[in-house]
Write a protein that binds this ligand. Sequence first.
Ligand SMILES: NC(=O)c1ccc[n+]([C@@H]2O[C@H](COP(=O)([O-])OP(=O)(O)OC[C@H]3O[C@@H](n4cnc5c(N)ncnc54)[C@H](O)[C@@H]3O)[C@@H](O)[C@H]2O)c1
Length: 353
Amino acid sequence: MKTILVTGGAGFIGSNFIKMILTKYPNYKIINVDSLTYAGNLENLKNVDKNDNYIFIKADIRDRKKIDEIFSSYDINSVVNFAAESHVDRSIEEPEIFLTTNVIGTQVLLDVAKEYWKVKPKDKYSKKYKEGVKFLQVSTDEVYGALGKTGMFVENMPLKPNSPYSASKASADMIVRSYHKTYGMPINITRCSNNYGPYQFPEKLIPLMINNCLKEKYLPVYGDGMQIRDWLHVSDHCSAINTVLHNGKEGEVYNIGGNNEKANIEIVKLIIQELGKSEDLIKYVKDRPGHDRRYAIDNKKITSELGWEPEYTFDQGMKETIQWYLNNTEWIENIVSGDYMNYYEDMYFNINN
Ligand SMILES: NC(=O)c1ccc[n+]([C@@H]2O[C@H](COP(=O)([O-])OP(=O)(O)OC[C@H]3O[C@@H](n4cnc5c(N)ncnc54)[C@H](O)[C@@H]3O)[C@@H](O)[C@H]2O)c1
């Protein structure tokens, strides 16, 4: 039996991960710690609310006292840290919260985990940890910076982040690494490419374009739209994290990607075509400052050493994703109207009181 502390589990990838784990491992317990920022939506977890192996705690990962309380209340043996400010555009407007959540929040989690997991917590030279514990940091390929027309990101490349978001994630990666090197903490870091799939907040490219297209609103495309990203279905990302959690070699970094490079404009045109709309909806807007031109992930390490492979082809994944958003217009409407924020009150207060 494992008890996994999942942080940021009310967000896009975390909620998909929790559902996958609870289905795959009926004897695992999940503690979902999320502060419910604008990006946290408990409606993403509607169907698991009543699962006896699932507990939700509204808390901020920067709140050391609260995180300590959680570790003292549950016998946690893994942390999977999804909690983050995750939108590059917002990091350009307001960098500070990216540093406090993504860097300091990660350090608080590491520090508390160290206290509970070390066999001799007071001995600063001891690197002996309880059997089977692991801290998994969910990072991003954006920490490597941008590529030219050729080449791919490999795990041992220097980190050259270009946005406040990617700089905060790179900093967190380094803090996680330092807890391994200095204190012997069993860790892994995963660096994944761009995700798409159900429950993605509609400020990100694919759900934004689907939503605007459905409403025949204009489709804003940065610059010339030729920025290339390596797209992966969220369920493939979750299965890769699960593989690393169980089989990743202590202290290692694993890239996660599906060899699926697409220019942003290709994605926009594909969505237009699938929804039967007109390309006249496209509106090119001024490019984002510091916009990385190309990302591409070399996934050889995780595929050859851990045997992980993505299951989705991009065509299949996109078809299913578009269909999901068509079937779940209410989910998007609740976000657009802000109603999703009431879910926590309704679910956790009104029902119980
Ligand atoms: N979306 C992608 O394409 C992608 C790709 C690679 C890596 N990642 C990484 O995966 C993780 C999850 O990404 P996502 O797209 O699901 O993000 P998201 O923005 O959808 O979700 C983030 C979650 O973290 C919570 N959160 C934010 N600050 C918090 C805090 N201080 N304390 C507790 N909870 C807090 C939010 O409420 C939200 O539920 C992030 O760390 C991100 O860097 C994302």
